[in-house]
Design a protein around this ligand. Structure first.
Ligand code: CA
Length: 550
């Protein structure tokens, strides 16, 4: 296959402009422009092509809902995502720095934690698109770049030759979109539209340049509205329940008890499809009613309460969520088919990932946010012909923090020294470096809305998780031993047999916070703007109005 070319950096040491020397593996951002020149000259001279990069990215896609990850409940078959896994590498422990939508996206773009890239929560922050991001660097180096679908950073994308995004969260049916700054109407189902636009851009791209395509889906985000063709996809299957569906949070602290994200208490009529979602045309509404109404009538007549009501909601939730995954998987297949048909697959790195994990009823929850496993672990599958051995997997601790540097490395470009992740290329080539990270730092800020999960931070290793809840209510520690307690049901913090490991983890946490430049004190504004405050109301109105246009 064609590989990224070797280049010569035009170095500028003080007083000696233009002096040439060999390229180091890491180079500060200020050299990038000169480097870019060298890169372009280099690749036209050698007629070699750096690999294309296709990031197919979803929102809230739990690894439990990808068959390649092998969940015990066998919830769904995802043949197209599995096809990528068969042809590439599956990452079994890809951890996000902050388990919510916008902050994860900001980390991916910048290769930095949210306390440095500024996008700390979904509520009152706007992404500063003037800071360096990997798409900007690729674009300057000669890549043709496109961003299609869910952006969710309260700003216009930067670093893209073409962009068409959903405003805010976007809606599932006939969603308004923003195309290069102008609001446009669309018809159809959002996942198919993102697939269509991605293919249209691929077909019409400048075929003389390598490309970056970010194809970013809304699905399977709440309120989990299926494509109409998938309404009856599971034939009213009864899904196995997770063992922790009726969790009472004994053995853990106030934060776990105080949250507002249970299927029992937080689930709305919209979540349960007892009312219709926005955007349906009259014809679509008829098809929607034909599926849901008879089932809803039966539910209303049954007047379920207590555990029976929770069980019914769990079944409805799984049906809807998994149906949105069906359309997602189909659209992954369409992009893979196009790359095959055009002969592009051999020189294209394809990445499938979600912005974080998600609860599918574990602990009685939906949503994410926590440092706990179903939330913090996101699916990551990478196909890179010629580099990655097909059908491989790794349990190395990797992160969405590493994506930017991986993409730059794939393009043969240097990685800015202030990015905080590390290229995954050695792992993809089957060689985990001996100094690869063994401890990972996590931090979550957004509180109290929308789900009253208290701010917390912590350190994660292959076996342990030390968590500090701080800033809201009582401050306290928790420690989980994943080898003995994989479902994270009982904190062992303070138990004498864990004293040594606790001390060691606290040292790791202090080291990571220092190295990652985490501020000691978190400004109150980083929690977001609660409803009832002027800023909170303004933000909510702005988001609602954006979704209704045009
Ligand atoms: Ca998300």
């Amino acid at each position: 296959m064609l590989r990224p070319i070797c280049v010569i950096q035009v170095s500028t040491p003080a007083g000696k402009p233009g002096q040439r020397r060999a390229t180091p593996s890491v180079m500060p951002m200020k050299k990038t422009l000169l480097f870019t020149f060298a890169f372009i000259v280099g690749f036209s001279a050698r007629a070699a092509t750096p690999p294309n990069i296709v990031l197919i990215f979803s929102d809230d896609h739990a690894y439990q809902a990808i068959s390649a990850y092998g969940d015990a409940r066998k919830l769904i078959e995802t043949p197209n995502i599995d096809r990528l896994a068969r042809q590439g590498m599956r990452f079994d422990r890809c951890l996000v720095t902050n388990s919510i939508c916008g902050p994860s996206r900001a980390t991916i773009l910048t290769g930095k934690y949210n306390h440095l890239n500024g996008f700390v929560n979904n509520t009152n922050t706007q992404f500063d698109g003037s800071q360096p991001t990997f798409p900007q660097i690729l674009q300057k180096a000669g890549y043709q770049t496109a961003m299609i679908g869910k952006w969710h950073l309260n700003s216009d994308p930067t670093g893209f030759d073409f962009w068409q995004i959903l405003p805010g969260q976007g809606i599932y049916y006939n969603p308004p979109m923003i195309r290069m700054g102008k609001t446009v109407a669309t018809k159809g189902y959002v996942t198919d539209i993102v697939g269509d636009l991605s293919l249209e851009w691929l077909k019409n791209r400048d075929k003389t340049k390598p490309f970056l395509l970010m194809s970013q889906h809304k699905a399977p985000h709440r309120e989990w509205s299926p494509a109409l063709r998938h309404l009856d996809f599971d034939g009213d299957r009864v899904y196995p329940e997770p063992s922790t569906l009726f969790d009472t949070y004994v053995g853990r602290g106030a934060a776990e008890r105080d949250q507002d994200m249970t299927i029992e208490k937080t689930f709305t009529d919209l979540d349960a499809k007892l009312v219709a979602p926005p955007g349906l045309s009259p014809e679509q509404r008829t098809a929607w009613d034909a599926y849901y109404e008879p089932r809803n009538a039966k539910f209303r007549a049954a007047k379920l309460t207590g555990p029976d009501l929770l069980r019914w909601r769990y079944q409805r939730y799984l049906h809807d969520y998994l149906a949105t995954v069906k359309a997602l998987d189909e659209n992954v297949g369409r992009v893979l088919d196009y790359l095959d048909k055009e002969g592009l697959a051999e020189n294209t790195v394809v990445i499938y990932a979600s912005d974080q994990g998600f609860y599918l009823g574990e602990h009685g929850w939906f949503d994410k946010r926590w440092i706990f496993e179903e939330s913090v672990r996101t699916p990551l599958i990478v196909r890179w012909p010629g580099v990655t051995k097909p059908g491989t997997a790794t349990a190395a601790l990797v992160s969405n923090l590493d994506f930017a540097e991986t993409f730059l490395d794939a393009a043969g470009l240097p990685q800015p020294a202030d990015m905080q992740g590390r290229s995954l290329k050695p792992l993809l080539a089957g060689q985990t470096p001996t100094d690869w990270r063994t401890a990972f730092y996590y931090q979550y800020f957004e509180y109290p809305t929308p789900h009253r999960v208290r701010p917390h931070y912590g350190v994660i290793t292959d076996r342990f998780k030390l968590v500090r809840f701080e800033g809201v209510g009582e401050d306290y520690w928790e420690l989980f031993d994943l080898a003995r307690d994989p479902n994270e049901m009982k904190s062992v913090y303070g138990e004498s047999s864990y004293a040594d490991i606790t001390a060691e983890l606290k040292q790791q946490l202090t080291r990571l916070r220092r190295e990652l430049k985490v501020p000691e004190v978190i400004p109150a504004s980083w929690y977001g703007n609660p409803p009832g405050t002027a800023k909170g109301a303004k933000q909510k109105a702005k988001a609602a109005s954006a979704e209704k246009k045009p």
